[in-house]
Design a protein around this ligand. Structure first.
Ligand code: IMP
Length: 192
């Protein structure tokens, strides 16, 4: 069994990723690794923020670890909220306020194309690797569904008529940006 520290305290993400990787890897969230910090995300690129998180944890623990950074990129908003996805409507990272702001900005706009993009930064045996997963879709005009987190209630992936928030975790995993990036990560690890 391999252990990998995952630079997050978001329980939804830990559950999502653990459900993808099965029993060969134990995903250890920061709290369980005894680390209590809120890592800053100061950069304007997902890649740079992901590396900053992984590097911070590696420097503290000297253990194999990975981080992921995800943004919702909306075409009609020039790629916003992007790296600002968590704090789009303010520093308190309020999911509902973020959704309200997106719906407000897209009010009356026909082009609803968007994509979630996940970047994973892995530090394995002191080497740094990147993996990317993209899920293309559309932004709804109103919220649909109760599950999930973040922008799930207003995002419908291409190939489905249901929002992410109307799907079970297994259904969401079939489309999910994070799933695609994590699959690449574990395909890479399985070649080591
Ligand atoms: P993070 O930097 O990976 O934590 O993601 C930043 C923000 O993007 C989160 O706070 C959520 O608002 C949003 N986000 C990330 N992944 C998802 C997802 O799978 N569904 C909906 N929103 C997401």
């Amino acid at each position: 069994m391999y252990q990998l520290i995952f630079a997050t305290n978001n329980r939804n993400k830990v559950a999502e990723i653990q459900s993808l990787v099965g029993h060969n890897f134990e995903i250890i969230p920061l709290k369980e690794a005894g680390i209590e910090i809120d890592i800053p995300e100061p950069h304007d690129q997902l890649e740079a923020n992901a590396e900053e998180k992984a590097r911070t944890i590696f420097d503290m623990t000297n253990q194999n670890c990975f981080s992921e950074d995800t943004g919702l990129e909306i075409a009609a908003l020039g790629g916003e909220p992007g790296v600002k996805s968590a704090r789009y409507a303010g520093e308190d990272r309020d999911f509902q306020a973020n959704i309200d702001l997106v719906l407000h900005k897209l009010n009356g706009i026909e082009n609803r194309s968007a994509q979630f993009r996940t970047v994973i930064c892995l530090i394995w045996e002191q080497q740094t690797y990147y993996f990317e997963g993209i899920c293309k879709g559309q932004i709804l005009t109103q919220m649909q569904g109760e599950k999930g987190f973040g922008y799930d209630p207003i995002f419908v992936p291409d190939g489905s008529t249901k929002s992410f928030a109307s799907m079970t975790m297994e259904e969401k995993n079939q489309f999910s940006h994070r799933q695609k990036a994590v699959t690449q990560l574990f395909e890479f690890l399985s070649t080591l």
